[in-house]
Design a protein around this ligand. Sequence first.
Ligand code: KDG
Length: 309
Amino acid sequence: MSVLTLGEALGVLHTGESIAHASHLRIGTGGSEANVAIGLARLGAPVAWLGRTGDDGLGRRVVRELRAEGVDVRAVVDPAAPTGLLLKETDGAGRTEVVYHRRGSAGGRLAPEDLAAADGVPVEHLHVTGITPALSASAAATVDAALDRWSGVPVSFDVNHRSRLWSGETAAPAYRALAARADVVFAGFDEALLLAPDAADPEDAARRIAALGPAEVVVKLGEDGALALVDGEVLRMPAVPVRVVDTVGAGDAFVAGWLAERVLGRPVEERLRTAVRAGAAACTHAGDWEGLPFRRDLEAPVALEPVRR
Ligand code: KDG
């Protein structure tokens, strides 16, 4: 049995300084759903990733990295478009800036017929994000088609709002529709407010989102940790303090941590603790997913006590 993640994988060029002055760029790969797949594989949960890549070096790199990390890659190769690219730089104040070169990319041309690439995958859980429906009408239709095709399995939806792809106003109805079809919703508090604009605080937002349908709503609160509302009960977990190099990918690591424990049948407290620890680990590396923990990395205990109420 396997988790299936669906979305666009990208090439990533990154530097710890301003791209205007950098003389070297490091090459890597990213894409939220691909990052989640790697996080799941590292934590021992069988996982497949489905998406389109170009017939180019970046596409082959994405596929190779995912396979090397133990992900069952279900890539549709599209000779008519390039693999998308993301540039990541750091400004003078230490903030990471992301610029996309993905308009017209192969990943954005994902289409419902591509789901045939998952034939034979014993899907036990489907993971989607709010990035894919922002890419194109056919990519949005593919998310819907995936929800129809695997309607009997649990679905997780990470809002992952990308303001460079669409406005909050345009995206909000799509997010609400996806949340209503999901069993698990992940959101930052700012993202949660797109689904529940009148919410007074993260707990209120989680309760309003749960009213749309999902039994599990998990709100990522950055340095304040996270809050999970599961079957009406709230659990909070503080953050793990780390030396932050780059926060890009931390949300994906968090999601992978929660989902890995969920599919392995572990209790809510363990899901939230692993999610918080995985998110912190991801912040200690410049790449999107290179810092994601393996199961053995979580063996050392940390003093992370949940708060119930
Ligand atoms: O979460 C990390 C992602 O943001 C990054 O890998 C690129 O998927 C990406 C996106 O669309 O922003």
